[in-house]
Design a protein around this ligand. Structure first.
Ligand code: HEC
Ligand code: HEC
Ligand code: HEC
Ligand code: HEC
Ligand code: HEC
Length: 194
């Protein structure tokens, strides 16, 4: 009578499979999040956001030649650029296209006094400090960070807003400027975390 082996033959295969699955699992657990944080799913790059009005930058900036600062009026002097109040829209739209159904939510907002619930496209976490005015004063134009907004039917995030992205410029800002200017390299943690 042949003694049965302590472990049957199939157990070898089972062990290999178990080891492979465990290794892949550990690898995946480490690599998965690393890939995810760098992917457009998490950074939001290229994902359009639903807005309460079909506002089209192409028509306003390209066709009508309205300056960015007419609507984002604090961009040169403040931390934030600002989203225009309904009153700014109504400067024109009390006359222009006043009967268009596309502008119905704008009129409702104006007469009710309830601001339009615009959704943010670019948004840093609260623990990060950013200041538009400084960047504009140092010679960076809107497309450096926001891409060609004047060609976008709907605003899409053009840069990842990760720390690595900020630092890539902060280490050597000169490289990102069209002409030489006196700019410092600010890489201390407290520049952006204060
Ligand atoms: C300086 C004038 C002006 C201001 C300010 C303005 N618009 Fe317009 N808007 C226009 C003109 C002109 C058109 C006609 C579109 C075209 O050029 O075909 C238009 C068109 C539109 C349309 C029609 C859809 C389309 O084709 O774009 C919507 C919706 C709209 N505007 C929303 C807004 C909102 C919301 C605001 C405020 C955030 C605003 N507009 C501010 C001048 C203005
Ligand atoms: C007529 C007003 C108007 C003008 C002119 C205008 N914008 Fe806007 N902008 C808006 C409104 C309203 C929103 C919010 C809705 C949206 O995201 O499309 C917005 C949103 C944005 C956003 C996204 C903000 C967020 O939610 O994070 C960027 C970036 C932006 N504009 C850049 C620009 C630039 C650059 C220019 C000039 C080339 C410009 N805008 C001209 C009205 C305007
Ligand atoms: C150096 C990069 C950079 C440049 C240049 C820049 N922006 Fe921004 N912008 C950002 C970042 C980062 C945010 C998100 C800020 C936050 O969440 O605190 C943002 C947010 C915005 C917003 C959302 C509302 C707000 O006030 O935060 C608007 C509108 C905007 N930018 C418009 C502009 C316009 C118009 C210009 C050019 C005059 C411009 N930006 C130039 C990086 C930039
Ligand atoms: C394209 C280049 C560029 C990008 C991208 C950029 N910055 Fe800057 N940033 C600069 C330059 C240049 C200065 C000013 C250096 C100087 O003062 O000479 C500056 C200054 C600052 C300051 C200093 C403000 C102060 O009080 O002096 C802060 C805060 C800041 N950046 C945050 C950020 C953050 C956060 C991001 C990413 C979301 C970012 N920046 C992306 C180039 C950039
Ligand atoms: C030029 C701006 C800038 C500087 C300088 C900077 N950070 Fe950040 N940091 C950011 C931004 C933007 C984020 C949020 C986006 C992200 O998570 O990548 C961030 C996120 C972080 C986070 C959260 C990470 C996470 O995964 O959520 C930590 C921790 C951090 N920074 C630490 C530091 C330390 C430590 C330093 C100095 C060695 C530093 N930062 C310098 C811009 C900056």
């Amino acid at each position: 009578m042949v003694r049965s082996p302590l472990f049957p033959r199939w157990s070898d295969t089972a062990l290999r499979v178990a080891v492979a699955v465990t290794v892949a699992g550990i690898g995946g657990a480490i690599l998965g999040p690393m890939i995810y944080v760098r992917s457009p799913f998490r950074t939001g790059v290229g994902t359009p956001v639903d807005q309460p009005v079909q506002f089209d930058h192409r028509h306003h900036v390209q066709d009508d030649g309205i300056d960015c600062r007419y609507c984002h009026e604090s961009v040169e002097r403040s931390a934030s650029a600002g989203i225009p109040a309904t009153e700014v829209c109504m400067n024109c739209h009390s006359q222009v296209w006043a009967d268009s159904p596309l502008l119905e939510p704008v009129q409702r907002s104006y007469f009710s006094g309830q601001s339009l619930p615009w959704q943010r496209v670019y948004q840093l976490p609260d623990f990060v400090y950013f200041h538009h005015g400084i960047h504009i004063a140092r010679g960076f134009a809107c497309p450096a960070c926001h891409g060609a907004v004047d060609t976008m039917p709907v605003i899409e995030q053009a840069s990842p807003l990760t720390m690595a992205w900020c630092l890539d410029c902060h280490r050597n800002p000169q490289r990102h400027l069209a002409e030489p200017r006196p700019v410092r390299s600010l890489t201390h943690c407290t520049t952006c975390h204060r």
